[in-house]
Ligand binder design. Structure first.
Ligand code: OOG
Ligand code: MG
Length: 256
């Protein structure tokens, strides 16, 4: 049997992102399953590497019920972050370079040395050097932000951009910190880090395990986004976005 056209699908998704033009879902039509979808994601990232980008981290998706409910997919997924997706803290993003961008509040980890594949993480503070509040900008390349599980995996889990606040040493607990997303000084979402798999530290175990299945090993110095604690909110031109994570501080982003 001939499998799905990995390169062709990655090209369609890559062009959709480059031209900020939505496309129709494609997994059903092309017979993409989860494994084939991760192969498309790899090809999509390779397209970025070929033009000089570098992978700088891993992001988790759908680690909270709020997110699963918002997009109607209930499996934890992961995607890759590259250097050009990073926006400096307090920086500006041009929303017209995206299709229908949304922002969501996250917790970021700065990875330290990780155990060999298959070994347990052990002490979290050995694996993670620092933590920070973060904002992820997601932008599904599919029309109406509507997709199946393999569709969203192939699309690098809607990754578009991210902002990270100041790094802090790893606190004793990360499992019950208040999370706030403000747009133009008004509260848009409130939540708790407990929404992220009960404890965002668990997202790291899941990331190592799930990415490992596809031969991807997390590296020292990488950024790790544990997944949004709340539903995502549309990013409108001119908006000023602020994410606050209790004890970790604040990070901001402005839409041009
Ligand atoms: C998929 C990406 C989900 C998260 O933090 O849960 C994600 C999407 O919502 O389009 O990044
Ligand atoms: Mg996210």
């Amino acid at each position: 049997m001939i499998g799905p056209d990995t390169a062709g699908i990655a090209e369609r998704l890559g062009v959709a992102a480059d031209t900020a033009t939505a496309i129709a879902q494609l997994a059903a039509e092309t017979g993409l399953d989860v494994d084939a979808a991760y192969a498309v994601q790899t090809a999509l990232i390779q397209r970025r590497l070929d033009r000089g980008e570098r992978v700088v981290g891993l992001k988790m998706g759908l680690t909270s019920k709020a997110k699963m409910a918002q997009v109607g997919v209930d499996e934890v997924i992961w995607g890759r972050l590259t250097d050009t997706m990073r926006i400096p803290d307090g920086g500006t993003l041009d929303p017209t370079a995206f299709i229908h961008p949304r922002v969501e509040p996250e917790v970021a980890f700065l990875l330290d040395r990780l155990p060999e594949p298959g070994e347990p993480v052990g002490d979290f503070t050995d694996a993670v050097r620092a933590v920070a509040p973060a904002i992820e900008v997601i932008d599904s390349r599919y029309a109406n932000f509507s997709f199946s599980l393999p569709d969203v995996i192939a699309d690098n889990t809607s990754a578009a951009a991210f902002v990270i606040g100041a790094w802090s040493p790893v606190p004793d607990g990360l499992d019950n910190l208040g999370v706030l997303l403000e747009i133009d000084g008004r509260v848009a979402q409130v939540g708790s880090t407990a929404a992220i798999l009960g404890d965002p530290r668990r997202a790291l175990d899941e990331g190592i395990r799930l990415a490992g299945r596809h031969g991807v090993r997390l590296r020292e110095g990488w950024v790790f986004l544990a997944g949004a604690a709340t539903a995502a909110v549309p990013l409108k031109p001119g908006a000023h976005v602020r994410a606050v994570v209790e004890h970790l501080g604040t990070t901001t982003l402005r839409a041009a």
